[in-house]
Design a binder for this molecule. Sequence first.
Ligand SMILES: C[S@@+](CC[C@H](N)C(=O)[O-])C[C@H]1O[C@@H](n2cnc3c(N)ncnc32)[C@H](O)[C@@H]1O
Length: 306
Amino acid sequence: MRFTKRIISFYLVNFLKNMLMWLLSGPIVQLRKPTGSGKSAGDTDPDETYTYAQSVFRKYMQQLEVTDPTPFLKGKAVLEIGPGDNLAVAFLFLAHGARQVVCMDRFRLVQDRTKNARLARIVLNSLPEHNREYLQQAVACAGDKEIRLDSYRLQYLCSALETIPLPDASVDLVVSNAVLEHVCNIDKLFQELNRVMKPGSVMVHALDLGPHQLYMETPLDFLTIPEWCWKLMTSCRGAPNRARKSQYEQMVVSNRFKIMTMQITDSFSRREIEGLRTRAPGLCRTLNPEDLSCRGILFAAKKNDT
Ligand SMILES: C[S@@+](CC[C@H](N)C(=O)[O-])C[C@H]1O[C@@H](n2cnc3c(N)ncnc32)[C@H](O)[C@@H]1O
């Protein structure tokens, strides 16, 4: 009885949350000030945020096998999808010579200019002279709490529904961290990426394929919820789309990208997989073993030259 109650409240609560986001996403984002990182705005320490941004930036460079980012990034136009409320990764791209960084998020999360002013100062203080100069050409700190951004060099666009408001063949590098799994129509996003990216340009994406706390008993049971019901509970909230590794691979290739590297970064435990097998043996038979166990991927892909 308690179990049934828990399941019903799981469905109901998530359905109501989705309805609220559908009706009132603007005011809710204004009120809750989500950071995009899972932490609330008040809990984010700028030094920690910068350390995190550095690790994300390094991850992108390592995946592209770039040892010296400045010559690689010099003059490039970078698109960062889903930065949340944090511009530190964009600052690092600019500091390493990127000509332009366009940040694109589904929600307007950059509201706290004081936080980004602090971050800009930390980034500037930590950089060698030549990188500092690059960043100062795009970002100026004014007093303690304000920054002025060059509106061409660093842009923050708010765009949903997988449409990218950029011209054809205008981007040299696309990056995202923990974002693609939240995109509802991932095939449409890859089509758009193919349109805005220059021939031969590259993209790097890190994905968390876990349930993001949206499960009932065992972490994999989120896969058992029928698609129509999942959509009713999640479509307006940026919850995971539940696509598995092989589906991403298929969509990347069918949208005329070539996968350069693909890494599994996290796996479900044997116990978690057994939990799903007991609950949904039929579903487990339809998934290949890698899709069943894979909980995180990091990949780089190149747009075909022609
Ligand atoms: C888990 S957060 C990751 C934030 C940041 N990249 C990080 O590493 O902390 C996911 C971000 O993706 C954004 N997002 C979700 N769906 C999106 C979409 N379709 N297009 C652009 N951004 C999206 C969310 O608003 C959120 O800021």
